[in-house]
Structures are given as structure tokens and as C-alpha cells.
Design a protein. Sequence first.
Length: 277
Amino acid sequence: MREKKRDIIFLRWIPLLFICSYVVFPIYWAINTAFKNEGEILGKNITYLPKNPTLANFIDAWTNVGFDKYFFNSLKVSTISVLFIVMISVMAGYALSRYKFRFKGAFLGLLLAVQFIPGAVLMVPLFNIFNHVHLVGTHIALVIVNVTFQTPFCCVLMRGFVEGIPFALEEAAMIDGCSRVKGVFKVVLPMLIPGIVTVAAFALIGCWNEFLFAMMFLNDPVKYTVPIGLKMMQGEYGIHYGAMAAGAIVAMVIPVALFAYLQKYLVSGLSSGAVKG
């Protein structure tokens, strides 16, 4: 019995404590700070709950700082990027799963290898290319970068999901008169929804949090995304911690709400992808 309790402590409670310390506590502190006034934030006494909760920081971040523009810019860029990433991943994942061709293994290895290339290595070449075609300072450049860096891993991930769908179902559809393409739309895609949701969620998180290339390519404050907006809230002579914390909470709304709504698809999608991937 003692060994069982000890195992529960080491295998359950200690990992949970680490998770709370490194993940949950910073989120709690950001929420706590967002509802405090500036005097309480900068005061000598640390308070773990706001004495006089206020929404002034959220109003300030949304209206005065311009976080409304940052939020919708991120939403636009991320949505367009994810649509392209999902479409390419579905087509490439299906091809890698169902067709045999020369150098298929090498191509898969290349898709995985590019994930190890630091993005900073390509900053200068990409900036020169986009500058020549007059895309610096536009959201199109950021969409291209997002699609380029997110697609390889998503293709490999989607391949695992497609392999989890028996080809016999497509053969049965083709025997009934469906073409190959129609069989994909009628049979494969409906069964691929958990995988599509999983890939879209991973891609959205990467696109939403993109900072390095957004900082490099976007030079107009009107076009800033959420990560750049948070960075620019650090003033030259001081930092408005309350508004920054409120902005961070607003930035978490989309990923957290999406995860809460799509949780069942994510769990089933990751499970099915892990079996065959």
C-alpha cells in the first residue's frame, strides 16, 4: 500500500506540481495583473488577488494601444495561412500515403530535415527576395512564411492520418462507380476530419505566435500582429504592465477557445495519427 501511494505521489502529483509551476502559474499571474490598477502592480506588497478589480487595462489595451488592430491582423493572417497549410497537407499527405514513387523515403526525410533548420538562418535571404518583389511590409509575406515553415511537418502528420484509413474503403467506392477523386471527397475527407482539425490546430498555434519574421517584415504599426503588438508595448521609458498583461490574455483567447471547442477532435486525431504515423 505504501509503495502504491509513493508511486501515485511520484507519477501523478509531482508532475502536476511542475506543470502548475511552469505553465499554470504564469497564466494565473498574467490574469491577476490584468485586473489590477497600476499602483497595485508597482506596489511593494505582492498581492495574489486584485484588491479592486478593474477592466481599465483591457479597455486601454484594446482602444488606446491599438490591440484591436493587432488582434484582427493576427486573425486574418493565421486564418489564411491555415487554409493553405491544410489544403496542401491533405493533398501531400494523401499522395505520400497512397502512391509509390521514386525517392519517396528521401522526400519524407527532407520534409523532416527542414524542421531542424533555424528560421533565423533564412531571414536575410527571404527579406531580400520579398524586398525585390515589394512584399516587405505586407501580410502576404507573413502568410508565405507561415505556409513555408508549417507545411512540411503538417504533411508528415497528415500522412499518418491518411494511412489510418483503410484503402479498401476507397476501392469499394470505386467499384460502386466513384472516380478516385470523388472517392477521396466522399470517403476519405469525412473520415479525415479529426486529422484535419489536429493539423489546423498545430498550424494555427504556430502562425498565431509567429514573432521573428513578423518583426522582420512588418514595418507599419497598422499591420502589426499580436506578438509584435505586445513587444511594442514595452516603451522607451517604462512598461505599462497592466495593459501588457491584458493584451496577453486577449492573445490567448483564440488558441484557448479553439482548443476547448475542438478538444475531442484533437484527442482522437492525435491517437489515430500516432498509430500509423
